[in-house]
Design a protein around this ligand. Structure first.
Ligand code: SF4
Length: 357
């Protein structure tokens, strides 16, 4: 179906516009994460507190991390009995691990595949750590998806944030992953030093043009113990407000829905050690729901414009019911301004929204 499709209706209303509002939650492939905080990283990036994000102030050595993963896997039923299961090497820069450490991880993956405990695998890395030899090695071990911590495609923002590569290299890395037959995941960091809402939305457009399998948005926070925390204390960095974050990421999510690209993260996952270390930044316990609410409203607004008639009814997938009005009903007035008061909204077992006029 195209982004919008308008049909003459056989019912009393005269026109219908269909629009996408994200996909129904599929029965997710079960993911077994293996966190390797800072492993292989060329430096600690200015905003990164991955040790705290993984809930461990002193990351364990890799053999101990793999032992723990094996203990978790060994009590699970085989994949033949229970369906597909994915091993995910998260954290750090997997493809820049020293060769012997990477081999230990990949050999562990192979053992788990051979034992029928894992069917799929993914890893996350930086765009400047992807040689052809590394890509060939990941293929050999049946890694199917590579997530790139791109953060931004804007060279000036990357320079301000001291990422060590430019936008051209980031684009090239994404293309090489797709050309080599991997699925591509792109992680962006809205609010990173040097970015603005306009730059982030341009980054989203660039990311969507690269046919990614998934996107992740991590609104930039200020964790203590980072260079960013120092810049914040010195007045050199100001995080985005919660309001700007919700509006901008809502717009970004609306764009991803139109292209059918899943956004699998809209906020940093809660973790007590990390939360306690955050000095500033757009935090809210339901940030993902607030962003979805904004995206839904923008999608409906576009559909009303497309309809060109006073709307009579909006039929929405049931999953939208939990978040439609945002924080304590804050969006009710904006919905009413569209001519879509509560009496015109219906939540149904459906996948694509339907606006009738
Ligand atoms: S942002 Fe990525 S590359 Fe930078 S320190 Fe954190 S994990 Fe390593």
């Amino acid at each position: 179906m195209s982004r919008f499709s308008c049909v003459a209706s056989p019912f009393s209303h005269s026109r219908t516009v269909f629009f996408k509002v994200g996909a129904r939650q599929k029965r997710a492939k079960r993911v077994v994460p293996v966190f390797l905080p800072f492993s292989g990283c060329p430096m600690q990036c200015v905003f990164c507190a991955q040790d705290k994000q993984t809930g461990s102030s002193a990351p364990a050595p890799i053999p101990a991390i793999l032992e723990d993963a094996e203990a978790r896997l060994s009590v699970m039923p085989s994949c033949s009995e229970s369906g597909s299961r994915e091993l995910a090497f998260y954290g750090g820069t997997f493809t820049a691990l020293p060769a012997e450490k990477r081999s230990v991880c990949l050999d562990f993956l192979r053992r788990m595949q051979d034992a029928d405990l894992i069917t799929h695998a993914r890893c996350s890395t930086r765009p400047d750590a992807l040689s052809p030899a590394i890509l060939a090695e990941l293929k050999q071990y049946d890694i199917t998806l590579i997530e790139l911590g791109i953060q931004s495609f804007d060279s000036e923002a990357l320079r301000t944030s001291r990422r060590g590569y430019d936008g051209e290299l980031a684009l090239d890395a994404c293309r090489r992953i797709v050309d080599a037959g991997f699925e591509l995941g792109i992680q962006l960091l809205p609010g990173m030093p040097g970015t603005s809402p306009d730059i982030f939305l341009q980054d989203v457009e660039t990311a969507l043009s690269l046919s990614p399998s998934c996107l992740r948005f991590y609104p930039c926070l200020v964790p203590d113990g980072t260079v960013l925390a120092r810049w914040f204390r010195e007045g050199r960095y100001q995080p985005w407000s919660l309001d700007d974050t919700v509006r901008t990421l809502g717009d970004a999510l609306h764009r991803a829905w139109k292209k059918d690209v899943p956004v699998i993260r809209l906020a940093v996952a809660p973790e007590p050690l990390f939360d306690a270390a955050v000095l500033a930044g757009p935090r809210h316990p339901a940030l993902g729901a607030l962003i979805q609410a904004e995206a839904l409203l923008l999608s409906a607004r576009e559909a009303v414009f497309e309809l060109g008639l006073p709307p009579q009814a909006l039929l929405l997938p049931q999953r939208c019911q939990g978040y439609i009005y945002g924080d304590r009903g804050a969006l009710k007035t904006r919905w009413a301004d569209l001519g879509l008061g509560p009496e015109r909204l219906y939540f149904m077992d459906m996948d694509v929204a339907e606006l009738r006029g």
